[in-house]
Design a protein around this ligand. Structure first.
Ligand code: PLP
Length: 359
């Protein structure tokens, strides 16, 4: 069976070593030494100023929205995982969908200004499949209209923009370290910011609002992670360069094997160094996608329809006119991509896809 993704697992003996340390210290969670060490090493590896390791990528989004004290309307993309929209709703704000660019699959900055009203407080955009948004254009619009910017960078571990980690951009960037992501801590996530005040606020928000044992600075939540998750992250970080290299090779193998397949591919933003976190292909029609999916599933291969359906079609959101996103959602498929996927397997997947096309 070949799934769309498969978690990377480090050497089990090395994990046992970390477990022994946890047993000796009997410090399981609440900002233990491994959590601190992981935060330090991530900062070093990514070259980012501040980050907080959190329980998952969804709580990261919610804490970001809380920290920026957003209210009213938040402009966002319909082409993302549901957590991007549900976090906005969960925080009592209203998602306003702006259509995507059909090439980059990211929010189309040219359509943002028309969606701004006096109730708009922020833009929450996803760097889809690790491809950076048009960060300059979004930044200029935000500045002109005094809006905050959050980037959902859940797919972005290893992506750079203009020479820096893409996590460095926006008032706050959030990410996920879920087991399906390129770098994972089983469950986990993080927030990044360059603003010391925001960092301080998020430290409180992550830990029930505690500023001392007996006093509370604000209404917080439990956003923390544990020593066990941090240990997984510390070990996976040792292999991250190898993981990133393997993705690039696999993407090149797919590119070569799929050369004659009638598909479109995502266009990578200028100035970006992409992490190859997914291999999305866009079929000419949704019928072609469905036929291909059936053929692959019949051979125990399970790609995923990322993202489907368009978030603009959820029953609990207001309707907006986003024809490009709703069309792409019906035609896009992410092919299997993980560190141990073999070139022969990529060749097999490609042959099946070509067989469907040529039938
Ligand atoms: C995975 C993902 C999330 C949620 O992360 P969790 O760690 O699963 O909570 C949010 N946004 C996007 C775009 C994602 O892909």
């Amino acid at each position: 069976m070949i799934n769309v993704t498969k978690p990377f697992l480090p050497d089990i003996e090395e994990y046992f070593e970390y477990l022994r340390g946890i047993w000796e210290r009997c410090w399981l969670t609440n900002n233990g030494p491994l959590v601190n060490d992981l935060e330090l090493r991530l900062k070093e590896y990514l070259g980012t100023k501040h980050l907080l390791f959190l329980g998952n990528g969804t709580i990261a989004l919610q804490i970001a929205i809380k920290a920026l004290e957003l209210n009213g309307e938040i402009i966002t993309t319909p082409f993302s995982y549901i957590a991007t929209t549900s976090s906005i709703l969960w925080e009592g704000c209203k998602p306003v969908f702006v259509d995507i660019d059909k090439n980059t699959l990211n929010i189309n900055p040219q359509l943002i200004e028309a969606a701004i009203t006096e109730k708009t407080s922020a833009i929450l955009a996803t760097h889809v499949f690790g491809n950076p948004c048009d960060i300059n254009a979004i930044g200029e619009i935000a500045k002109k209209h005094n809006l905050k910017v959050i980037y959902d960078a859940a797919h972005c571990f290893g992506t750079k923009y203009k020479g820096k980690s893409v996590f460095d951009y926006g008032d706050i960037s959030t990410t996920s370290f879920h087991a399906t992501k390129l770098f994972h801590t089983i469950e986990g996530g993080a927030v990044f910011t360059n603003q010391a005040e925001l960092l301080k606020k998020m430290v409180f928000l992550r830990n029930f609002g505690h500023d001392t044992n007996d006093t509370f600075a604000c209404v917080g939540i439990n956003g923390r992670s544990s020593e066990f998750h941090a240990a997984m992250g510390l070990l996976n970080l040792k292999s991250i360069d190898e993981i990133l290299r393997s993705r690039k090779k696999q993407a090149q193998a797919y590119d070569a094997a799929l050369e004659t397949l009638k598909i479109e591919k995502q266009k990578i933003q200028q100035g970006a160094e992409w992490n190859f976190s997914y291999y999305p292909i866009i079929f000419e029609t949704s019928e072609q996608l469905l036929k291909s999916l059936e053929e692959l599933n019949g051979n125990w291969i399970y790609p995923r329809r990322y993202f489907y359906p368009s978030l603009s079609t959820l029953q609990f959101v207001k309707k907006y006119d986003v024809p490009v996103a709703e069309d792409i959602c019906k035609r896009v498929l992410c092919l299997p991509m993980y560190h141990s996927l073999k070139t022969e397997e990529i060749g097999f997947i490609a042959r099946l896809l070509l067989r469907v096309q040529n039938n």
